[in-house]
Design a binder for this molecule. Structure first.
Ligand code: C2O
Ligand code: CU
Length: 469
């Protein structure tokens, strides 16, 4: 078996390990790289207090996987945990059998067992991987990592940086609070942590150099926390990709960069701060309590050039454009949770008989149904190759980052207003009482999950299956 080889250089000094992959090209039967899933300890807060975590390859975030677009990724996942797990490759348009959903696309990997994932990465961009078993707990304990698919021709940035954002609920002893599946969290915003980390470290700092054009890849790997980030005027940026897919470079409407659980954005960031300067990126998710997220620290080397903030357009990925003229309309109705003005959510609509795994309460519904397990009949049977226009309505009082496996959808409108940027997404964040319309080209055969990426919501009903045949 290939030994996992870890190297630490460049931005990886921030704590994330790099799994060095053999260059596999498009070859089959290459020897897989081994990725061990194992418990470890880490110092999240930098004060020498170790926290027990679960890891991919020994670190949090997990080993950064890098392949080139069109290359084959072959990874033998070895389960050294005392519980079952799988790996889901979030956002990769891969064959159904490699999707990592237990009981649906593969059997769960038993403790001591392994499973070899083997697929081609068709799109260049920022993707990630995480378990799809006991997700609310396994992710919150540290199982997440970035999968970066590089363009065949590297775009011209001075640096390529990755910020994996995550939060942790730590107790006084700096251990993870063992309060998973709290019905209060499940019925509200999900299990939000009390310590936010960037690449596994709090407080978060980032070393910058004056006068650079940086590709900054942001990934929100939190189980529930949403970020709404503001950069100061010395750090103008363009959004150049959403959930891995290139878009027209643009600034976010309203100025804040929203990032729900599961979402990624790639920024073209201009570092125009002064030598030895300090700046902060602030999270305005809670408008009354803006929270500094990262401190940007400049080296004492002054900039030697004038940077013109001209946007870089990334080359497009090979996505099938929707054919709206022939599209069929579908609707996705999101209900449930605690409702303002009612105590125990007594006026929740629909079925409350149990969520994923048959032993969870069903607090959430998609089209009136609480997800029971992976043997549910599909919510939709879609015709292979056809375009669907999906209207999503969030009737609840909470945000839902809605994620579809195996495909991406294209944003058409929000709250009845045509989207000025028709971005592709695999995870769309829908605000309370809001509405969005997306186009989905059903071009990947198989039965796929569609679920909320607030994992407490997913596990208590807000999930469904979509069959493409
Ligand atoms: Cu990132 Cu079904 O998940
Ligand atoms: Cu949700």
């Amino acid at each position: 078996m290939t030994k996992l080889s870890l190297s630490r250089r460049g931005f990886l000094a921030s704590g994330a390990a790099l799994l060095t992959l053999p260059l596999l090209g498009g070859r089959v039967n290459a020897k897989p790289a081994a990725l061990e899933i194992l418990p470890s300890k880490t110092d999240l807060t930098g004060v020498g207090r170790m926290t027990d975590v679960l890891t991919y390859g020994g670190s949090v975030p997990g080993a950064v996987l890098r392949v080139k677009q069109g290359e084959r990724l072959t990874i033998e996942a070895i389960n050294r945990l005392s519980q079952e797990t799988t790996i889901h490759w979030h956002g990769i348009r891969l064959p159904n059998a490699m999707d990592g959903v237990p009981g649906l696309s593969q059997p769960a990997i038993e403790p001591g067992g392994s499973f070899t994932y083997d697929f081609i990465c068709p799109d260049a961009g920022t993707f990630w991987y995480h378990p799809h078993v006991n997700s609310a707990e396994q992710l919150a304990r540290g199982l997440f990592g970035a999968l970066i698919v590089e363009e065949t021709q590297a775009p011209l940035f001075d640096r390529d940086e990755l910020w994996v954002l995550n939060d942790w609920r730590l107790d006084e002893g700096a251990e993870l609070a063992n309060d998973f599946r709290d019905p209060f969290d499940q019925m509200h915003d999900g299990r939000i942590g009390n310590v936010v980390t960037l690449n596994g470290k709090a407080p978060a700092t980032w070393q910058a150099k004056a006068g650079e054009i940086v590709r900054l890849r942001l990934l929100n790997a939190s189980s529930a926390r949403i970020f709404a980030l503001a950069f100061d005027e010395k750090h103008p940026f363009f959004i150049i990709a959403t959930d891995g897919q290139p878009c027209r470079p643009h600034q976010p409407a309203g100025g804040l960069l929203w990032l729900g659980p599961g979402q990624r954005v790639d920024l073209q960031l201009f570092t125009l701060g002064d030598a030895s300067g300090r700046y902060s990126v602030v999270d305005h998710r809670n408008a009354n309590h803006p929270a500094p997220l990262v401190e940007i620290l400049y080296s004492n080397v002054p900039s030697t050039r004038m940077v013109t903030p001209a946007p870089i357009q990334l080359p497009p990925n090979p996505l099938t454009q929707p054919d709206l003229a022939s599209a069929e309309s579908l609707s996705l109705l999101l209900t449930g949770g605690m409702q303002h003005g009612s105590d125990m959510g007594s006026d929740m609509g629909g079925d409350m008989s149990g969520g994923e795994g048959h032993n969870m309460p069903g607090f959430w519904q998609i089209n009136g149904q609480t997800h029971q397990g992976h043997d549910d009949p599909p919510l939709w049977n879609l015709a292979l190759g056809k375009t669907y226009r999906i209207t999503m309505k969030n009737k609840s009082d909470f945000f839902h980052p809605m994620h579809i496996h195996g495909m991406h959808w294209k944003l058409l409108s929000e709250n009845g207003v045509a989207a000025s940027d028709k971005v592709w997404r695999d995870t769309l964040l829908i605000a309370p009482k809001a509405e969005a319309e997306v186009a989905l080209v059903a071009d990947n055969p198989g039965t796929w999950m569609l679920h909320c990426h607030v994992l407490d919501h997913q596990e208590t009903g807000m999930a469904a299956l979509v069959q493409v045949a």
